[in-house]
Design a protein around this ligand. Sequence first.
Ligand code: SP5
Ligand code: ZN
Length: 341
Amino acid sequence: MRVIYSEDHKLRDARTELHAGQLVTPFEAPFRAEWILAAVKQAGFTDVVAPDAHGLETALKVHDPAYLDFLATVWDRWVAAGFTGEAIANSFAVRRTSQRVPDNIVGAIGHYANAADTSITKGSYEAAIASMRCAITGADWLNAGNRFAFALCRPPGHHAGIDLFGGYCFINNSGVAAQRLLDHGARKVAVLDVDFHHGNGTQDLFYHRGDVFTASLHGDPMHAFPYFLGHADEEGEGEGEGSNRNYPMPPGTPWHVWSSALADALTRIKTFGAEAVVVALGVDTFERDPISFFSLTSDDFTRMGATISAAGLPVLVCMEGGYGVPEIGLNVANVLKGLEA
Ligand code: SP5
Ligand code: ZN
């Protein structure tokens, strides 16, 4: 198992997250990647490399160019406007409003935001680029004929849509990796999203495409972030009809229920004809995750890896969520162990 990690994740270190009516220290913080890296090394995954210096060519196939330009410039524009706090969206392009991008930076950030939980700071873009590079480098490890890679992406990516940031995500690393696999020979691939939260961004990227199957297992959006996407009747449209599958599940969902959704998703991925799987791995399904409501145990993560491995496909794991508790490292290492067992 090759592990791809960049120190540049530390450039994403916001002071604020709008949570429960207060600006709190973000759940998505640098310690996460440090704890996960330490635990995977401890578990014997010591083949750790830095990512290659990729540009935006692959990202431009799944994101809107103007959105990527916004990400690259938003912090400087925010500072130039005279604002001293972190960049937080507070006005949104919602139902029956114009989708023109305002010149004003407060308007622009609202246009491109799908949530106000993600404060943009100096260095956020550079960290997001490094995270994307980890995913691309991991995809290329599979393109070279290897079976497994772990891209220790931070910041995460699965809430980033074609032209939307939020949910702690800016560039959709798993989606960019899927595109990279297609660009290097795969005819069809799948993104299997096992983060607690619905992969709304990934669903958006590929909803009208027939070359990427997207499956997401997550807390029912009636009760959990991202709230506005992730229902079971969202199955893809046009060329993508039938190539999106959602598995919303209720509070308290344990492994024996969660794993039957996983089995169904893997069966559909095989039937679709995917030649590789990108696993969008959040360990926020853990029973003690501070912002989520599933009941998986640390041993369940080993079972998760083994179940995914049994599908027999090459697997690129991209890190998504998982917060707060020391077990996030162990839980990630357990998935990797299960994959290689
Ligand atoms: C990548 C990822 O896991 N992003 C998640 C973003 C969630 N942000 C909003 C968090 C809302 C949490 N509300 C739950 C309250 C629990 N008491
Ligand atoms: Zn999550």
